[in-house]
Design a protein around this ligand. Structure first.
Ligand SMILES: N[C@@H](CCC(=O)N[C@@H](CS)C(=O)NCC(=O)O)C(=O)O
Length: 198
């Protein structure tokens, strides 16, 4: 049984990526509601970040690393390492993390998370411009494909759809029909609802 220390909250919390992946893979898990930077989180993760996963004696950190671990272990939602399919999936994930997640995270920190005195005016507008630019590039890469990491659903879709959903939670309106219909398809997956606890 995997223990996800994090949250069921699906308004940007990266724990959702892991909960969704576990649901898609059909693995047993429980979510232990644990706040980032709480004593409980620091006790098992030096950065105090959510999600952190425990499995027996193993403690795993970082949502993407956890998804890579689970997908490699089960041989699902990924492509074999050393194949062109895997290189494409990894490139797509790197695109999302560096070009889409980064400005969303910057925006959220300067609009909500940081104490008011530590926010920099002007940063949210720059971050929003970068998110819009990344969304255009996402739509270009996806084209008329069904999935972002190749011909089948992979962890690249989990990372991509979570970030697009997170952008909407941060009150960004996604502009492209390609992006909106992709996100609607991902949200319609039964495992998405189960990961939200529904
Ligand atoms: N790269 C990490 C980032 C984890 C992260 O920043 N999680 C947030 C909650 S969604 C957090 O714990 N923030 C508190 C902090 O960084 O101090 C991942 O993907 O898991």
């Amino acid at each position: 049984m995997y223990k996800v220390l994090g949250s069921r909250n699906n308004r940007g919390n990266r724990s959702f990526r892991v909960n969704w992946g576990l649901e898609e893979m059909g693995l047993d898990y429980e979510v232990i509601e644990t706040l980032p930077r709480s004593d409980e989180m620091f006790a098992i993760n030096p950065l105090g970040q959510a999600p952190t996963v425990q499995f027996g004696d193993l403690t795993l950190t970082d949502s993407l690393a956890i998804l890579h671990y689970l997908s490699s272990k089960t041989g699902t939602l990924t492509h074999a390492s050393g194949t062109p399919e895997r290189a494409l999936m990894d490139a797509r994930i790197n695109f999302i993390i560096t070009e889409l997640e980064a400005p969303i995270w910057l925006l959220v920190r300067h609009v909500i998370l940081r104490p008011k005195e530590a926010r920099t005016p002007g940063v949210p507008a720059i971050a929003e411009t970068d998110v819009a630019h990344a969304e255009k590039r996402f739509a270009k890469l996806l084209g008329d494909g069904n999935f972002f990491g190749g011909e089948s659903f992979t962890i690249a879709d989990i990372i991509a759809a979570h970030c697009l959903h997170w952008a909407e939670c941060a009150r960004i309106t996604l502009q492209s029909d390609v992006t909106n219909s992709y996100l609607a398809r991902m949200r319609a997956r039964p495992a998405w609802a189960r990961a939200e606890g529904n």
